[in-house]
Design a protein around this ligand. Sequence first.
Ligand code: HDE
Length: 706
Amino acid sequence: MAKKKDGKPEKTVKDEQLEQFTVDATGQKLTTNQGLRMAEDEFSLKAGERGPTLLEDFHFREKMTHFDHERIPERVVHARGFGAHGFFQVYEPQADITKAGFLQDPSVKTPVFVRFSTVAGSRGSADTVRDVRGFAVKFYTEEGNYDLVGNNIPVFFIQDAIKFPDFIHAVKPEPHNEVPQAQSAHDTFWDFVTTNTEAAHMVMWAMSDRALPRSYRMMEGFGVNTFRLVNAEGVARFVKFHWKPVLGVHSTVWDETQKIAGKDPDFHRRDLWDAIEQGNFPEWELGVQLIEEDEEFNFDFDILDPTKLWPEELVPVRLIGKMTLNRNTDNFFAETEQVAFHPGHVVPGIDFSNDPLLQGRLFSYTDTQLKRVGGPNFHELPINRPVAPVHNNQRDGMARMTINPGQVAYHKNGIAGNTPAPAPESEGGYKHYEEKVEGRKVRARSDSFKDHFGQAAMFYQSLSEVEQLHIVKAFQFELSKVMNKDVRQRTVDVFAQVDPGLAAQLADAIGALPPADTTQPAVTMKSPALSIMNKAKSAKTRKVAVLTAKTFADAELKEVLAPLAAAGVTAELVGTKLGFLPTDADGQVEVMHHLESADSVLFDAVYVAGGRENVDALLAQPLAVDFVRQAYRHYKPIAAIGEGADLLTAAGVGAPTPVGAKATGSVNQPAWNEPGVVVAAAPDAAFAKSFVEAIEAHRHWTRKVQ
Ligand code: HDE
C-alpha cells in the first residue's frame, strides 16, 4: 500500500472532497449555528436566578431543537452497520468483458466506502447475532458512483422482490410485543420459511457458520443477484460478483457468539476499527463468475433465480482486483449512517439481468432513502457525492446544497445551447443493454425456479462433518425457541427434503415426529468451495490473550511474543491488575486487560505464561481457570510454558501424555495429547512455530468437547 512520508495512507480524490466538508472544532470558540460566539453555554436565560426560562433564549432553543431532531429513521433492514474508507485497484485491464472505466487501468486507485451490517436487528443490537451480513461497497469512479450492494451469503430467501416485505415482517421482532431482537429463533420466521420453501437453501446458510463471522475482515461477499457485464463491442455476459477475504473465512462457535453479544456488543465494529487503526488494512479480492449469453440454459438451475448459486467448480471465479480498507470514518452519523447504497447505481459496462429480485431492488433503495435521509437531495451529502461531475436539470427539494446558476432548468433548450447535453456512448453516456424481451403480462414465476431443495442439499453435503453438526445444532436451538408445535413439525417435514438425517436429529430434539419420507435427495454435484474449511488460512491479525499476574520472563518476550508479532499476531497481556509488570531482565511489559472485563471469547487464542509465582496467582483466580476452560470448549489454540501447564490441568485441558504414549500437539516436553494445545517446559523457536500453526488453523475441531 502506498504510504506518504508521515506514514498515513495517500489521500484519494474522495478523501479530498470529504475534507472540504470536515470541520474540526478543537481549539475554537463555541458558536451558535449562525456563527455567533456565545459567552455562556451552561445556564439558560431566566427571569431571575430561580425564575422561569425565557422564550428569548435563542441559544437554548436552537440547541434543544437541534437535539430534538437528531435522529433519523433507522434502515428498515440492515439498520446495524459499520463503515470504512479504502480503495480498489484492478489487476489487469478487463476490456474483454467490460468497458467499466475503473476496471481497466491497474495504476488507478478508485476510492471506496464500505458498510457492513446485520439485517434483522435494530441500530443498537449486538454485532454477533446469527444473521446474514450486508457487504455494501460504493466505488467513487470517474464515471460516477457504482454500488455493489451484497451480502456474505451468495443466495437469498425469496425469488421475487414482491415477497420482501412479507419475509422481513416474519424475521423482524413479532409485531404484538416486539420480541425477539435480532434473532430468527421465533415462530414467525420459521412459519414463513416453511410455507415459502424457496427459502430452504438460504436457511441452510443462515443456520451455518457463515452466519457467525469471526470478523467482517474474514467473510466473503457476494453480489447475489445476476448482473451483466458489457464490453465496448456491446458483447454482454451474465455475471455474479464475489469478494474473497485475503485472511480467509473464519467463524465463531454459537456459544461464543452469544457470549460476545453480552461481553462486547460492538465486537465486529471494534475489530474493524482497531485493525485499521493498527495498520492491519483488511483486503478482499474481487472475483467474477461469467456465463456467456448462449450458455444461459446450460445449467440444471435458472441463472436468474437468486436462491441459486453458480458452483465455482462449474463456473470458475476470475479474480480481477483487490480492495483495501485503510481509513476509519471521522464521524459515524455523517458517513456510515447517511451513506445511501443502491444496486441501480451502475456505470457503463455494468448492466442488469431479469433476476426478479434484482428488478424489485432497483425500485426499493431510492425509495427508502427518501424516507430515511429526508428528501431527494441525499446524493449531495458528502459521503454520497460522486467524484465525477454532476450536471442535470433536477432542482430544489429539501435541503438542496448545490447552487445552480442560470435561467435554464429544462431539456431540451435553446438558451443554454441545449446543455447540459446527453453524452453519446462514445463519450461515456450510459446506454442500456438492448436485450430482446417479449412476453405476456403475467403474475407468475417460471417453472425453472421450482426446485427449492436441490442446492440446499448440495450445500449441506458439501460441508465437513463439523460444519454439518453446527447446522444441526443451530436448527435445534432455533426450533426449541419456536412455541407453535405445527411450525416445529412443518420444519422437520420441509427440511427432510434437504436432508432426512438432519430432519431426524431435529425431530428428536424438539419432540416432533420423525420425517415420514427419509429418501436422501440426489445431488448432481458437491461443491468443495462452499466449505469454509477449504479457504485460506492465516494467523495474521489474530488476537492472543497472554495470561499472567506477577512477572514476565524475558525469554518469553523473545521466544514467544516476538515470533508471534513477526507472524502478524497481536498478543495482549491479561492480568489481575492493569499497569506494568517487571521482567527478569529489568524491563517491563504492560497488562492491557483486567481479568474482570476480559474474556476468552474476545480473543482467538490463549497463552499462559510460566513462572511459579505467576501461575499460583492465576490458579487462585476462578476467572483465570474459566478463561482457559472456555477457550478450550471453543476449540481455540492454547499454549503454556512451564508451570503455566498447571492452569491447563486445573481447567481440565488434558494432562501431560503418560510415558510411552504417542504425543500429538507438543513441542518439547512435557507432551500434551490435545489438538491445538502447545506446551513446553521452556520457550523456544519450535514452540512458537507450533503455536503460530495452531493459530493459523483457527479452531481445533477434533477435540472431544461437550
Ligand atoms: Fe437490500 N435493502 N433488499 N438486499 N440491502 C436495503 O436499502 C431490498 C437484498 C442489502 O449498508 C434497504 O438503504 C429489497 C439482497 C444491503 O446501507 C432497502 C430486496 C441483498 C443493504 C432494501 C432486498 C441485499 C440493504 C434498506 C429484495 C444482497 C444495506 C436500507 C428484493 C445482494 C446497505 C437501504 C447499507 C438495504 C431493499 C434484498 C443487500 C429497503 C426490496 C438480495 C447490504 O431498500
